[in-house]
Design a protein around this ligand. Structure first.
Ligand code: SF4
Length: 337
């Protein structure tokens, strides 16, 4: 049997479930660990839940609090109202800013409408905002590697619009021009493919040899850990199923990483019902993982569906153990003691 990875976590390499004759057929699931909720998503979702408990419905949320259909629908049923812009929020109402962060102009607009804001921006996104502000203050040209139009990129670029250029992919490097090639730094969106970003940076550095690196990794721990786990698992798989929504950057990247690491096929699904049985034809090993905005209940649904098709043996592939937890935003934090 191909090896799984054991980082010393009890039970990490044992089969946790079996059934449906899968042992005889050799059919199995490799389950990536870590997967699913990261600390920033956990915090953002809890922020909306607590705001609803504390203030009652409706609580307005600017943009999807996290990029997951199930999470957004569940919160909407509980009384959250998702809006595109703050001018859709009634004067004086409560509005939560999503985990992806907002540009300073959004705070100004909210203040002008007397909105009571709760900022659920992930602290790791705020870190990148602070880097953009700092290097803009020092008059650097900032090359922000990220997807044009993604909410996080819009928010980060908005911190220093006169200094930031977005570099969408390695080929976009050809169009980049700067004022002083000796005063250039790259920063990045938190949820990119590590490998593609490194390729973009390699090309940037060819063009600007004294390009500075960010003070610390901008691609966050959760994005990196989920990609490492998929890379460990994918070479063993004929199919990888990534649970996540189409607008979730880190989930889409996991599909790309699975294909790049050797899986014959990889698909993104929001729900277990999205699995097309034809994907399973001739497949012995299915890898399963989930994006950072995906609750575990959706992964369980996928495992149950796969068990129905004879993939009852589940073997975790563990490459890291995550323990990071972020404090809730100040406005919603319960009083101490
Ligand atoms: S994916 Fe990373 S940056 Fe985004 S919310 Fe999670 S921890 Fe924060």
């Amino acid at each position: 049997m191909p090896p799984t990875i054991n980082m010393g976590i009890p039970g990490a390499t044992s089969s946790v479930r079996s059934g449906g004759g899968s042992q005889a057929s050799g059919k199995r699931v490799l389950l990536a660990e870590p997967r699913g909720y990261c600390a920033g998503v956990d915090r953002a979702v809890e922020t909306v839940e607590r705001a609803l408990e504390k203030h009652g419905a409706p609580v307005y949320v600017r943009h999807e609090i996290v990029h997951n259909v199930h999470v957004v629908e569940t919160l909407a049923k509980a009384g959250a109202v998702f809006v595109d812009e703050t001018d859709e929020v009634p004067e004086g109402a409560i509005v939560v800013f999503s985990a992806h962060g907002v540009a300073p102009t959004v705070h100004v607009e909210a203040a002008a409408r007397n909105l009571r804001t709760i900022d659920a921006t992930c602290p790791l996104v705020t870190k990148v905002h602070n880097e953009a502000k700092r290097f803009a203050r020092d008059d650097y040209d900032i090359l922000l590697v990220g997807h044009t139009g993604h909410e996080e990129v819009v928010g980060t670029a908005g911190e220093a619009p006169d200094h930031v250029q977005v570099v969408d992919n390695p080929d976009a490097v050809d169009q980049v021009t700067v004022r002083d090639p000796n005063k250039v730094i790259w920063l990045s969106q938190t949820t990119l493919s590590v490998d593609e970003t490194m390729e973009t940076v390699r090309r940037l550095r060819e063009k600007f040899p004294t390009l500075q690196d960010p003070p610390s990794d901008d691609i966050c721990y959760a994005t990196q850990n989920r990609q490492v786990a998929v890379k460990a698992m994918a070479p063993e798989c004929e199919l990888v199923i990534v649970v996540g929504s189409r607008n979730s950057s880190n989930s889409v990247r996991l599909v790309e990483v699975a294909l790049g690491a050797g899986s014959d096929a990889a698909h993104l699904v929001d729900y277990a019902e999205d699995i097309d049985p034809t994907w399973l034809e001739g497949v012995t090993t299915v890898g399963v993982t989930s994006g950072a905005s995906v609750p575990e209940v959706l992964v369980r649904g996928v495992l149950e569906r796969l068990a129905e098709y004879g993939y009852g043996t589940v073997q975790p592939v563990t490459t890291a153990n995550e323990t990071l937890v972020f404090a809730l935003p100040r406005e919603i934090r319960p009083p101490r003691g």
